[in-house]
Design a protein around this ligand. Structure first.
Ligand code: NAP
Length: 276
């Protein structure tokens, strides 16, 4: 599978398995099965309360840990340097791992001391606890401050991105700074299966609408995607989207879809960038 590799320490397969909202044995089973099918990238977070279940899967799977990319995240109420460090150490204990491949600030907060939190992330990288570091749900001005003003060596940004939510500004920035952009909710929580234009393109290629939605993301430079699927059928189908090839006509149809349909915006979300 194609990887996104960059000078900030990242080496991440383009397609990963999202694990929210799975917990406990269901989560362990789903992750073991995904690894068996060929997934080598797992997305978890302290906030998902499933790192222990993911850790159990990593321990149970015959796939060696060093062949698997694991992303985890620190929750927004743990961004003070000491709390951030303790949160990462707890994640590692639960994941039964000596390091995570990518460690992200899960959400920014209005009152965070960005420089102090970034310094704490960088310290984790220097200690080898995180191979690469990044952020999630940062709007462009805040990402710009972290990367250009503070000089943070961020390897990735994770945000909601799918055929009906545009991220062109963040993507331009990510490419300019050699960062990956990981698309979360890449299937718009399976709403893509009900978009007539996507259904038509899928019929034309003899594949599923979900595979068109993922294929569109995965063909983009610097973009990774972490669809969540609990069962083997959907996991395998999502993996097969790596073989889907769109044509220019498909891309034009997808470009013309509405691009402002954001699904994830909790009360603590930042002010989002204008969609273009
Ligand atoms: N950083 C953040 O703030 C943030 C926020 C949200 C999500 N995430 C990450 O992104 C991951 C994915 O996002 P998401 O769960 O919100 O949305 P998603 O991946 O777009 O959609 C998941 C839903 O689609 C279904 N599905 C998956 N594959 C399918 C297929 N081939 N055909 C039909 N239905 C299919 C799943 O059901 P089944 O399980 O039954 O297959 C599930 O109900 C999360 O698990 C999490 O790791 C991160």
């Amino acid at each position: 599978m194609e990887h996104i590799v960059n000078r900030h320490g990242l080496d991440m397969p383009k397609l990963g398995l999202g694990t929210w909202p799975m917990v406990g044995e269901d989560c362990t089973r789903a992750v073991v099965q995904a690894l068996e099918l060929g997934y080598r990238h797992i997305d978890t977070a302290a906030g998902y309360q499933n790192e222990d279940a993911v850790g159990a899967a990593l321990a149970a799977s015959p796939v060696p840990r060093e062949q698997i990319h694991v992303t985890s995240k620190v929750w927004w109420d743990q961004l003070e340097p000491q709390a951030l460090r303790v949160s990462c150490e707890r994640s590692l204990r639960d994941l039964r791992s000596e390091y995570v491949d990518l460690f992200l600030i899960h959400w920014p907060t209005g009152d965070m001391d960005l420089r102090r939190s970034i310094d704490a992330l960088v310290a984790l990288k220097e200690r080898g606890l995180a191979r690469a570091i990044g952020v999630a749900n940062f709007p462009l001005p805040l990402l710009r401050e972290a990367v250009e003003t503070i000089g943070a060596p961020l390897a990735a940004i994770q945000v909601e991105y799918h055929v009906t939510l545009g991220q062109s500004k963040l993507l331009d920035f990510a490419r300019q700074h050699e960062m990956a952009l990981t698309a979360y909710s890449p299937l718009a929580r399976n709403r893509v299966s009900e978009i007539p234009a996507i259904v038509d393109i899928a019929r034309k290629h003899g594949v599923l609408p979900t595979q068109i939605a993922l294929g569109w993301l995965l063909e983009q430079a610097n973009v990774a995607a972490v669809p969540k699927a609990g069962g083997a059928v959907n996991q395998a189908s999502n993996l097969a989207s790596l073989d889907v090839r769109l044509d220019d006509e498909d891309r034009a149809v997808i470009a013309a879809l509405p691009k402002g349909e954001r699904l994830v915006s909790p009360a603590f979300a930042p002010q989002w960038d204008e969609v273009v």
